[in-house]
Design a protein around this ligand. Structure first.
Ligand code: FMN
Length: 342
């Protein structure tokens, strides 16, 4: 199915919650939470795309890169390219219930598996969403996904980490920036920040279970260094797709200083506004090891199921390979910053 047709299907099913725009940039849905938008004016969402669009490649054509290497291993995940589907949950209240939560998680995971990549699974105040993600993504992926736990009180976090391990996962994550999420406040389940000691305790609990631990939602080198000191194996540079605070920096703006502080000490993931294979390569040049993409995969899964998810992933791969050849980049495992114009 064409991507335009997939979008049209999705638009019909989400009853106005998502307009499935040709470019998913947060303009039409600004401020819509619950919904698919960014917080407040929506500027943190739209800025993610604008910051990437402002970057340009140094085109290099006199070289021998013909079949660039896109595969990599990151945090124990073997991926055919440096791309994962970001965790997205709460389809009933964010998208008007276009499909069952479980069917969505299954479709995304099946499509990701077909493309040789993996997914993050979500957590929410609504009961059962965390477990549904584990079960439905786990069916095709056999535990090879990355479950995200909200920064609940430590006892509940430990319980969910235990469930992730039982599901066969080798890594788990926490989206600490959900502290700013309005949907949790509306459901009377707000979350609080974690101090360095509490964070170290959670990372240690994950390690005892045999799980690597990733912290999502960081935007400064100070927090990234504290995460590494607390024992996190990876971080996600993220502003939650602009959903947690108006006037956040774009992730492409925040990434270089974070990479300068912790590159090589922990895996660096990044998400927010990544819409093409070229954007993936830009984020690698800014210091990421791997990227995550959220809403476009949601629209694909709702509009065309697993097949459309795999098609979208292949479109990212095509764009990534083209950008690598056009910049003389041989491998995603080592992308020099100077493929971007200064
Ligand atoms: C409807 C919706 C639900 C989300 N649920 C979660 C979640 O449960 N856990 C999480 O870590 N991030 C969640 N996110 C954030 C995404 O994982 C990701 O950070 C963001 O969507 C990336 O930006 P992009 O959509 O522009 O690619 C959600 C985002 C949306 C739009």
């Amino acid at each position: 199915m064409s991507i335009a047709r997939t979008r049209e299907n999705a638009r019909g099913k989400t009853r106005g919650f998502c307009r499935a725009c040709p470019v998913c940039d947060g303009r039409a849905c600004a401020g819509e939470i619950p919904g698919m938008g960014g917080a407040g004016t929506g500027a943190s969402f739209t800025r993610n795309l604008a910051a990437l669009a402002a970057l340009r490649f140094r085109v290099r054509l006199v070289h021998e890169v013909r079949a660039p290497e896109t595969s990599l291993e990151v945090m124990g995940f073997r991926l055919s390219m440096p791309l994962m589907v970001a965790p997205v949950g709460g389809l009933s209240f964010n998208l008007g219930g276009p499909m069952e939560e479980g069917a969505y998680q299954r479709a995304v995971a099946e499509g990701a598996r077909a493309a040789g990549i993996t997914v993050g699974t979500p957590d929410a105040a609504a009961p059962g969403i965390f477990e549904t993600g584990l079960a439905e993504a786990g069916a095709p992926l056999g535990g090879g996904m990355l479950p995200f736990v909200k920064p609940w009180e430590t006892g509940l976090v430990r319980e969910r980490l235990g469930k992730a391990r039982e599901a066969g996962c080798a890594a788990a994550a926490m989206d600490l920036d959900s502290v700013g999420l309005v949907t949790l406040r509306l459901m009377q389940r707000p979350c609080l920040p974690k101090g360095p000691r509490e964070l170290a305790g959670i990372a240690a609990a994950a390690r005892e279970l045999g799980l690597r631990f990733v912290l999502k939602g960081l935007l400064t080198p100070e927090d990234a260094l504290l995460a590494v000191e607390a024992g996190c194996d990876g971080i996600v540079v993220s502003n939650h797709g602009g959903r947690v605070l108006d006037s956040s920096p774009a992730t492409a703006e925040a990434l270089p200083a974070i990479a300068a502080a912790i590159k090589g000490k922990a895996a660096i993931f990044v998400d927010g506004g990544i819409r093409s294979g070229g954007d993936v390569l830009k984020m690698l040049a800014l210091g990421a090891d791997c990227v995550m993409v959220g809403r476009p995969f949601t629209v694909a899964a709702v509009g065309g199921g697993a097949e459309a998810v795999a098609e979208l992933a292949e479109e990212f791969r095509g764009g990534l390979e083209t950008a690598m050849v056009m910049t003389g980049t041989a491998s995603v495992r080592s992308v020099p910053p100077d493929i971007l114009l200064g």
